[in-house]
Design a protein around this ligand. Structure first.
Ligand code: FAD
Length: 539
């Protein structure tokens, strides 16, 4: 095969592909991104950029940019309301829903952000396009590819000039969504349940609604209205809204029905125009394999789940972070033979949890809580609202308080993570219990000088010392890094609080901020580092 023209060829300029391009270029790897469409649209799809994705944005230097483009005024409480009306009738309110409150929390370095997916993509695209190591080509479609140990060769149709071109790269990554050409080309299959439910989302212009004095401030309104259960939310500061009905099964939805119900939801107060209609189907699917040789799948190309809980884009970004540092390590010569296999081994169990949780979230939508007497001004109405509040609290807490899922997943059984005698802590969707068990995300804290602990971590491995280190220890770290030609830094934070949190005076933090190992002394650091970069088992 002729010499590659780029290190990594990425198919798809969605959030997973652009996140991978960002992670790789940050690590000095050249990328070419191929996207068949212009990828512009006003369907927001994702609105939740979660805490973990925002932490990656911080690593990439993009968090402030994302926040500056928020469509929601600072004064609007980051809450999700379940109510009978936009203008009152609150039943249950989730404050600080999905951790959108812009306040410091000891458990993470960035709060989540409510922002349309197309805005997040634009931030990533601007960043990647401006990078000298990146090339992004729109209106170019991958047709077919071949691969062997030397690299990959791709046949691409370039619609800009109606030409077919050949591209070569060391690695190929299919970030090409639910209908992945790369997945099909590898002969992999999606397994699970397809087309579990179908939905319609309308994008609406409703001039005046945002300034209605009766409008209850929130980022999302779940209208538990017996006549039209639905979800609504603000998309910009200019009266653009999304609106999605969640009617009882069997209701026939056509354009006339949609228009009538939209007008009902806003109580006929304003004119409405429909900017776009997005019909989508929920699946619960996982690819049977994520890798063959130099070819990988990330994002929706290997896991598709209902959007309730806001996980698809975010976990696609997480895939790209996990794969990104490993590809960079192999391209730079310090990644061992086991490193790339660990990608699927680490991500697949995480995807299974997300699949289960988001399907569970979809099982309870507004229609299920919308008892006919909810709006009654009577004792029956009071009782019905109390019953609905309790049911919503039970069913929807895992959707809006999912920090355990977002930060609490672990790679404890990964071959590049040290094992410990005691079993890893149990995982929970709602509760995030930071701990130093290898495989988990490094517990976060704010330092006395106001910095995030994560800001001390290097882009490679970091040996975190929670006591003063000796000159010998510092020398050891330097020598091991030089001998193994691995980016390894030492961060010393003598703090008993941190020692207690991590359960040891030393922890080896991976480039993705997960813990590879913890221990009392660093005598065996050389072997540990070999294991953590996939070069040799620990023992
Ligand atoms: C209503 C709704 C709400 C959602 N809300 C959230 C949320 O709040 N939070 C969240 O995290 N997720 C949410 N999601 C999920 C999220 O939209 C997806 O998970 C996300 O878009 C997946 O990103 P991706 O980059 O993997 O794939 P995609 O976004 O599908 O991008 C794949 C790209 O690959 C391109 N492509 C495909 N084949 C080729 C080819 N052969 N050659 C070149 N290019 C190709 C496509 O054109 C496309 O642009 C929601 C989804 C829906 C439907």
């Amino acid at each position: 095969m002729p010499e590659p023209t780029t290190d990594v060829l990425i198919i798809g300029a969605g959030p997973a592909g652009l996140a991978l391009a960002t992670e790789l270029t940050m690590r000095g790897v050249s990328v070419q991104v191929i996207e068949q469409n212009e990828r512009v649209g006003i369907q927001p799809r994702a609105k939740t950029t979660n805490v973990r994705t925002m932490e990656h944005m911080r690593r990439w230097g993009l968090a402030a940019r994302v926040r500056s483009l928020s469509p929601v005024d600072e004064a609007v409480p980051r809450r999700v309301r379940f109510a009978t009306s936009l203008f009152g009738g609150d039943i249950k309110v989730f404050d600080n829903a999905l951790y959108f409150d812009r306040r410091r929390d000891e458990r993470y370095s960035e709060s989540a952000e409510w922002i349309p997916q197309y805005v997040v993509e634009k931030v990533l695209l601007d960043h990647v396009s401006a990078h000298p190591l990146a090339k992004v080509d729109f209106r170019c479609k991958l047709m077919e590819f071949s691969h062997d140990a030397g690299g990959v060769r791709a046949l691409v149709h370039d619609a800009r000039n109606a030409q077919t071109i050949h591209l070569r790269a060391r690695y190929l990554v299919g970030a090409d969504g639910g209908r992945s050409t790369v997945r099909d080309g590898l002969g992999f299959k999606m397994e699970g349940e397809s087309s579990i439910a179908s939905f319609v989302t309308l994008i609406l212009k409703i001039p005046g609604l945002l300034r209605d004095p009766d409008l209850k401030p929130a980022i999302m309104h779940w209208l538990v209205d017996p006549e039209c259960p639905c979800i609504m939310g603000q998309m910009d500061r200019d009266d653009t809204w999304f609106w999605g009905p969640t009617p009882r099964p069997g209701v026939k939805i056509d354009d006339a029905w949609l228009q009538e119900k939209v007008r009902h939801s806003i109580e006929n107060r304003y004119d409405v125009s429909v900017l776009a209609k997005d019909s989508w189907t929920a699946h619960k699917l996982l690819a049977n394999c994520y890798r063959n040789g130099n070819v990988f799948l990330v994002g929706d190309a290997c896991h598709l789940h209902p959007p309730f809980g806001g996980h698809g884009m975010n976990f696609g970004v997480g895939d790209s972070v996990d794969l990104g540092w490993k590809l960079a390590a192999c391209l730079q010569g310090w990644g061992g033979p086991e490193l790339l296999d660990s990608y699927e081994l680490e991500r697949r169990p995480v995807h299974r949890r997300v699949l289960d949780s988001s399907t569970e979230n979809m099982a309870s939508l507004s229609d299920q809580f919308a008892a006919p007497e909810l709006k009654e001004n009577s004792a029956r109405g009071v009782e019905a609202r109390a019953r609905a509040a309790a049911a919503i609290d039970k069913a929807k807490t895992p959707e809006f308080r999912s920090l355990g899922l977002v930060l609490g997943y672990s790679y404890a059984s990964s071959p590049i993570v040290a094992s410990e005698a005691l079993a890893p802590p149990a995982e929970s969707v709602t509760e995030y219990r930071p701990c130093g068990y290898p495989g988990t995300l490094a517990p976060h804290c704010w330092l006395p000088d106001g910095r995030s602990l994560y800001d001390l971590f290097g882009s490679g491995f970091t040996l975190l010392a929670m006591r003063e280190t000796t000159p010998d220890e510092r020398k050891t770290v330097q020598t091991i890094a030089a001998q193994q030609k691995v980016p390894l830094e030492l961060a010393s934070v003598p703090d008993t609080r941190l020692h207690d949190l991590y359960g040891a005076p030393f922890a080896l933090i991976r480039p993705d901020q997960h813990i590879a190992w913890r221990g009392d002394q660093i005598g065996s650091l050389a072997g540990i580092l070999r294991m953590a970069r996939g070069a040799r088992p620990l023992n």
